[in-house]
Design a protein around this ligand. Structure first.
Ligand code: NAD
Length: 756
């Protein structure tokens, strides 16, 4: 036996400590080494228990984390052809977990660092879990966020520990990663102790609990809250699918639905081995399917690329920032000042008038009051954070800043003027960043004397909640400045993507195509409620007309006019599909710009909450004049059954939205504005709400999987069914784009770059 992964030590009291330490990886994962060594070590331990040598077992890790979970590099490669082998491998390792929890002596998990996914599942197969109170420890089952379910016994054991409702709603379908104290409160772990007392605490528990057993192995055990046939639970069970649909907002994500089924079916089975086998079946379905691949690609690999500085020039020395000069204390400036101060930076918050600068700081004061009232910070930390923000009207306060970000009104002339003033005040090596959302960086750089050190640092609103920052490299921006902007982003704990300069950069440019496509549908006469339902079923966090209201039609008109002028200047034919007329009517005839004014495509209550779509869309703008098959189901459907699942969906409307953004992304890639797929995927999901299940705009194209609802053109037979018509991957995407182009217009014609 290799004994590579587990270090074996028995002390004088007969307590065996198994220390996990994968010799080939920085973290422990469920890889081949684990699958080989785990059963062997448990067998050896069992022999030691039977011989009386071993009186208890502590499972811990030599890494800074306890155990990272499944091996994503491997899982992302699984195809349906691997299903049988995967099933066997999983069931074998579950048999080993079962052997561990029934080994006959107390087994304790001493959780020294993060225990996520498979890591927590191993710990759940012990009798007692003690975590260290080390800072930043994370405990949970985040599989759902990768389109998977906890297939290492996690669904089964958490349901048996917490009961169906708690397990599903708090742990399994949320994928929440708990801190140690919260994990204990939820019941996932039993105790939290200081890091240096961890092993002693584990040993003490073993000595005090020689008869330890899992609750489900004790006579008379019942699942907390009962099984699905217990009347009280049976009464509320039918509402679970709707609750989950609401949680995922109707998006076509198979994992939450599979978790629900595995949990409910498993809870009906008395025998734990049978329950974990049900869980395996659902897991294998998910891991060999396409959605989990998309989500693993985006939320593991691409996120790692962006956060790990994948687009950062390699040989530039790392820069640490001490003081930010924030010019413009409006909505954006105030919030950027907050996140910078929170990360420990000093901030000068500069505006024209002292009241405006003070009001900007007030934003931080309010957020800190809220954090204090929720126990998320301490008086001391909060005061220190606020003390770091200095509201000012005086440029001379910027004299020792190492970075300055400008967020004044969106106007080139004003920005040029402000930049001249900034430059006169700041040190000559200060990084110069603009938070402009639409103005070309190269053009703004004309207003500074150091265009090589000028860069776009584009935040998203609300800055304290939105994790993304789009870094825009102007024509002259040098590598040092790009690297510095990325170091700054990392320091304030945001996720950066890097793009080259172009109108609307990447995110603003692409989101416009989504909103425009929805307004085209409205102009065609599609019922607005159906458009919104299609947006939800596509998986967008906010449906398009609701989002358009939030972004405001005045801005849409301004951007639309600029885009049209640019298209005309480039000699392109402009076909706006009636969108300009709708926008003009909404603004000029009916004065309905959006949410801010309390009237847009939606009506709003006085407190700003949406109060239904505006009736005038039907009565005055003629919406609803064309009939869309299955529209009623789409509007009233709960989502789980209708979304890419069993029932009918408005597949053309859904795919028009998704394709419009994916195709524009391809053009952005072709123009050299985007340089990596990771930036495209993460930017689209985290910046502009492209549906998470797709893995982002590029992944959607590359791993396209034609939904069953989209009928093939007459006479065509899919490759999968023995024909030659492609329905998956880039070829499948191209074929479907061509169909959409034939039906809805040339804008869906796939660019040549996709056909090579
Ligand atoms: P805002 O109107 O809320 O704030 C602008 C602030 O700049 C005001 O407080 C104003 O007094 C101040 N200002 C104007 N001239 C100044 C000067 N000479 N010196 C110092 N301060 C001056 O605007 P906002 O929404 O915060 O947007 C600011 C910038 O950020 C714009 O370029 C905008 O395009 C960009 N942006 C906005 C968003 C958004 O969602 N609002 C998102 C990304 C980027």
């Amino acid at each position: 036996m290799s004994e590579n992964m587990f270090k074996w030590e028995i002390d004088g009291d007969g307590i065996l400590t198994l220390t996990m330490d994968d010799p080939n990886q920085p973290v422990n994962t469920m890889n081949q080494t684990f699958f080989q060594d785990f059963p062997e070590i448990v067998d050896k331990a069992k022999a030691g228990v039977e011989s009386g040598e071993i009186k208890g077992i502590i499972l811990t890790s030599a890494k800074s984390t306890f155990f990272a979970g499944g091996d994503i590099k491997n899982m992302i490669k699984s195809t349906p052809a691997d299903a049988e082998e995967l099933t066997k491998q999983l069931n074998d390792s579950k048999a080993t977990m079962r052997a561990l929890e029934t080994i006959g002596v107390p087994v304790v998990a001493a959780i020294n660092g993060a225990a996520l996914g498979g890591g927590l599942e191993i710990a759940l197969a012990t009798h007692h879990r003690i975590a260290s109170d080390a800072r930043g420890i994370k405990i949970g089952l985040p599989e759902v966020t990768l389109g998977l379910l906890p297939g290492g016994g996690g669904v089964t054991r958490v349901v048996r520990m917490l009961g169906l409702q708690e397990a599903l709603m708090k742990v399994l379908t949320t994928g929440r990663q708990f801190g140690a104290a919260d994990a204990q409160k939820t019941g996932l772990i039993d105790d939290v102790v200081s890091a240096d007392g961890l092993l002693d605490a584990a040993k003490k528990w073993i000595q005090e609990n020689p008869e330890a057993a899992q609750p489900w192995d004790v006579k008379g055990y019942k699942i907390p809250g009962g099984t699905p046939t217990t009347p009280a639970l049976a009464a509320i069970l039918p509402s679970f699918p709707a609750t989950i649909t609401k949680q995922i907002k109707g998006a076509p994500m198979p994992a939450p639905k599979a978790i629900l089924k595995a949990a409910v079916e498993g809870a009906q089975l008395k025998n734990i081995e049978e329950a974990t086998a049900v869980e395996t079946r659902y897991f294998v379905d998910l891991v060999t399917g396409s959605t989990s691949k998309n989500m693993m690609q985006a939320f593991f690999f691409d996120l790692q690329y962006c956060n790990g500085g994948g687009s950062r020039p390699k040989d530039v020395e790392k820069k640490q920032f001490k003081k930010l000069g924030m010019v413009g204390a409006g909505m954006m400036g105030a919030a950027i000042a907050y996140v910078a101060a929170k990360s420990g930076m000093e901030v000068v918050l500069k505006d024209i008038k002292q009241e405006a600068a003070d009001k900007g700081k007030d934003y931080s004061v309010k957020l800190e009051e809220k954090a204090l009232s929720r126990g998320k910070t301490t008086e001391e930390k909060s005061k220190a954070l606020l003390d770091r923000i200095k509201p000012s009207t005086d440029y001379s306060d910027l004299s020792d800043c190492d970075i300055v970000i400008e967020a004044v009104f969106e106007n080139t002339e004003l920005k040029h003027k402000v930049w001249a003033e900034i430059e006169a005040a700041v040190p000559s090596d200060c990084v110069l960043g603009s938070n402009t959302s639409t103005l070309p960086i190269t053009e703004l750089a004309e207003g500074v004397s150091r265009p090589k050190e000028f860069i776009g640092i584009h935040f998203f609103s609300p800055v304290d909640k939105m994790p993304l920052v789009e870094i825009i490299r102007g024509e002259q921006t040098n590598d040092e400045t790009l690297a510095a902007a990325l170091d700054f982003t990392k320091q304030i704990r945001k996720t950066p993507i890097v793009v080259n300069d172009s109108r609307g950069f990447y995110t603003s440019r692409v989101i416009g195509f989504f909103l425009n496509e929805a307004m085209r549908m409205l102009a065609e006469g599609v019922d607005p409620a159906v458009i919104e339902a299609a947006g939800r079923q596509a998986g967008y966090p906010a449906p398009p007309l609701q989002l358009q209201d939030e972004l405001n039609l005045k801005l849409a008109r301004k951007i639309g006019a600029e885009t049209k002028a640019a298209q005309e200047a480039a000699g392109e034919t402009v076909d706006d599909g009636g969108v300009t007329a709708i926008v003009d009517k909404m603004l000029d005839e009916y004065d309905r710009p959006g949410k801010l004014e309390g009237k847009g495509f939606y009506e709003y209550n006085e407190d700003g909450r949406r109060a239904g779509l505006w009736r005038g869309l039907w009565d005055k703008l003629g919406a609803g004049s064309v009939s869309v098959p299955d529209a009623e189901t789409a509007v009233s459907g709960t989502g789980l059954e209708t979304a890419h699942g069993d029932g009918p969906v408005l597949i053309d409307l859904i795919e028009r939205m998704l394709f419009s953004e994916a195709l524009e992304t391809q053009k952005v890639v072709d123009e050299g504005v985007l340089m990596s797929d990771a930036d495209a995927n993460i930017g689209s999901i985290m910046g502009i709400g492209f549906p998470a299940w797709t893995g982002g705009t590029r992944q959607y194209i590359k791993n396209y999987d034609r939904p069953a609802e989209a009928a093939l053109p007459k006479g065509k037979v899919a490759v999968a069914d023995g024909g030659d018509y492609p329905t998956t991957g880039i070829e499948g995407f191209v074929a479907r784009a061509e169909e959409l182009a034939a039906k809805y217009g040339e804008r869906f014609n796939p660019p040549a770059s996709l056909k090579n």
